[in-house]
Ligand binder design. Sequence first.
Ligand code: GRF
Length: 208
Amino acid sequence: MRKNLNYDQFLLKVKNIVVFASGYGSNFQATVDAINKGEIKARITGLITNKSEIHVIERAKRNGIPNIVIDPRRFSEPDQYAQVMLKALSKWEPNIIVLAGYLLKIPPLVVDAYAGKIINIHPSLLPKYSGKGYYGLYVHQAVLDNNEKETGCTVHIVDNIYDNGPILAQAKVHVFENDTAQDISKRVRAKELELLPKVISSLINEPV
Ligand code: GRF
């Protein structure tokens, strides 16, 4: 006789993603789009930003995703700041936390609470051009100043040192002779918008 199926075994548990961002939100949007297309089997349960007047918040609102602004300057105690972040995270229960253009360091208490579950996208081929000060066009200008022939982007796991944790994936682009930092930025950004959803999807779809 055929055994009854255990449907729990087949039930795809929808996973939760929390995104941190500080600006325009093209990586946030690429993640939303990949979810809507069914390429990432998850939902974004919340967005954490450090500023209020930024476009990524509009994107979240348009997609019905709740957001919270946590500005570290409002806290005199670093622990208080971390606790507010932890409270938001515990409400949104992330399986994965994605730093999609988040310019601040994540407090150690938060990194430790979600060890191995926080990923970041960085616009260089890490370990090159990493750490404080290497963001946005500064990265691409440094690439030009050093006559690099290629650059790219990296998705890595976040630890307590800026841009330091284990690398999960990279994508490369050429640097051409007459490139400006803006040219490189456009080329790298296009790669980021492909790479980040792919990495998220592979992490989300991993068996638990
Ligand atoms: C991206 O270049 C990302 O690599 C870096 O910050 C930028 C964010 O861009 N960490 P956006 O806000 O996703 O448009």
